[in-house]
Design a protein around this ligand. Structure first.
Ligand SMILES: NC(=O)c1ccc[n+]([C@@H]2O[C@H](COP(=O)([O-])OP(=O)(O)OC[C@H]3O[C@@H](n4cnc5c(N)ncnc54)[C@H](O)[C@@H]3O)[C@@H](O)[C@H]2O)c1
Length: 405
């Protein structure tokens, strides 16, 4: 297949490109490198030393003899160029990662909120409008998030996208399946909820073939392909805005920094290893809906954990301390999360569990590159509201953390 990977320079995009290229697909990376610019804006860098995208592609060619094509293009603002690109290259599938993906970044200031909405909603809509206009029947696979469901504790498993409901009508009760109601907890999650509506409309109106992967928090760094050469290494974000909870705990343990748990740590989240994430994308590509079918939605996660349990698990393995800090987010202190992921298991996914993969990651990545960490960038300081901003901890290594629990 000829596959366009929008956002192919990112944390999940890059290993996906290598995985698909390794399988023999013709892979085209479309990226505006905005994520690299955001690193510059925030004054942070990936824990792992990342080469330029051109250099990464050159090394892949050297190691495997396979070409990765790179196109510098902003999917959100360069509609005409994107449409022209589609017409010229006629991809069989498009994988869409090209969005601003950090909830804390999306909540930093009004400017970050505006940027996140403009970038994410326009990127998704541009892809859909261009597919209709060009008449290209590519399967669109989008990376959404488990976070669109919100984190309430109703106790029932979260289904894969659709909820069975019974509606009272004058002729009695009628059964229907509706999109599971969203309850986004940040501007970023809100854009992913809007994406769902855009997909629903274009699948029903224009027969576009769309798969939406509601992904859990991705952890880990390496895949079989990124390990083939030191310069193919994946991005690893550890900072308070882009670092995801488990990866942050791993680096905190590696640099002898207390594991920073927000609030009571009673938040339950869904997780997936990066190796499984790329494999799921391969499986979804092989299972495309037909034109006229509704959007296919998968829950792309393999296990759920409570944040404080994760911290305690890592503390037990590494001897790190755990520190409970005020929560910068506006969210429930505690939530349950039960998630269905039967579809990927039925397609043959064999999950990497945390218990088996964890220590390798600490040793291989976090400790190896610990010298690149700026400790001042570790705390999460982006607050969800002004009131919360007044009480968040901006210097966790100061007085407060010296008295860890
Ligand atoms: N990382 C996770 O834990 C996680 C969890 C759930 C869902 N997701 C979703 O998966 C996708 C990829 O996540 P990631 O962690 O790889 O993010 P990332 O920020 O590392 O990668 C996103 C890539 O998209 C590019 N991009 C952004 N806007 C663009 C635009 N307008 N035009 C062209 N390129 C653009 C960026 O430069 C970057 O290379 C995101 O959509 C995210 O919402 C990620």
């Amino acid at each position: 297949m000829r596959i366009a990977v929008l956002g192919g320079d990112g944390f999940v995009g890059w290993p996906t490109c290598l995985h698909l290229s390794d399988l023999g697909h013709e892979v085209h990376i479309i990226d505006n490198l905005s994520r690299r610019w955001i690193d510059a804006e925030l004054g942070v860098q990936s824990l792992t030393p990342m080469d330029s995208i051109q250099e990464r592609c050159r090394i892949w060619m050297e190691v495997t003899g396979r070409k990765l094509h790179f196109h510098l293009l902003n999917v959100a603002t360069e509609y005409e160029r994107f449409r022209g690109w589609l017409t010229e290259h006629q991809p069989d599938a498009i994988i869409h990662f090209a969005e601003q993906r950090a909830a804390p970044y999306s909540m930093k200031t009004d400017r970050h909120k505006v940027y996140t909405v403009n970038n994410n909603v326009s990127a998704t809509h541009n892809v859909l409008a261009a597919l209709v206009e060009t008449g290209i029947d590519a399967h669109l696979v989008h990376l959404g998030t488990m976070g669109v469901y919100g984190y309430s504790s109703i106790g029932a498993p979260i289904p894969e996208g659709y909820l069975d409901v019974e509606i009272d009508t004058p002729n009695g009760k009628k059964e229907q399946q509706i999109l599971y109601p969203t309850r986004p907890g940040s501007v970023y999650h809100m854009t992913k909820s809007l994406d769902q509506i855009l997909f629903q409309f274009y699948a029903q109106n224009d027969g576009l073939r769309i798969t939406d992967l509601h992904q859990g928090i991705v952890w880990g760094t390496h895949t079989d392909q990124t390990k083939r050469h030191v310069q193919l290494i994946n991005r690893f974000d550890y900072d308070g805005d882009y670092g995801t909870v488990l990866n942050r705990f791993l680096i905190q343990a590696a640099i002898d920094y207390p594991l920073t748990v927000h609030g009571t740590g009673g938040q339950t989240r869904a997780f997936i290893h990066i190796r499984d994430s790329v494999r799921c994308i391969e499986l979804a590509l092989g299972d495309a809906p037909k034109a006229g079918e509704r959007v296919r939605i998968f829950n792309q996660m393999t296990e759920t954990h409570r944040v404080r349990d994760l911290a305690q698990m890592i503390a037990a393995q590494t001897g790190a301390e755990v520190a409970f800090l005020p929560n910068p987010r506006k969210e429930a202190d505690e939530n349950e999360l039960i998630v269905k992921n039967d579809q990927f298991l039925a397609l043959g996914l064999e999950p990497t569990t945390l218990a088996e993969g964890l220590l390798d990651e600490i040793v291989d990545v976090a400790k190896k590159y610990a010298h690149r960490i700026d400790r001042k960038r570790v705390p999460a300081v982006s607050a969800w509201t002004r009131d919360i901003a007044a009480r968040i901890e901006t210097d966790p290594e100061g007085k407060r953390l010296r008295s860890v629990s």
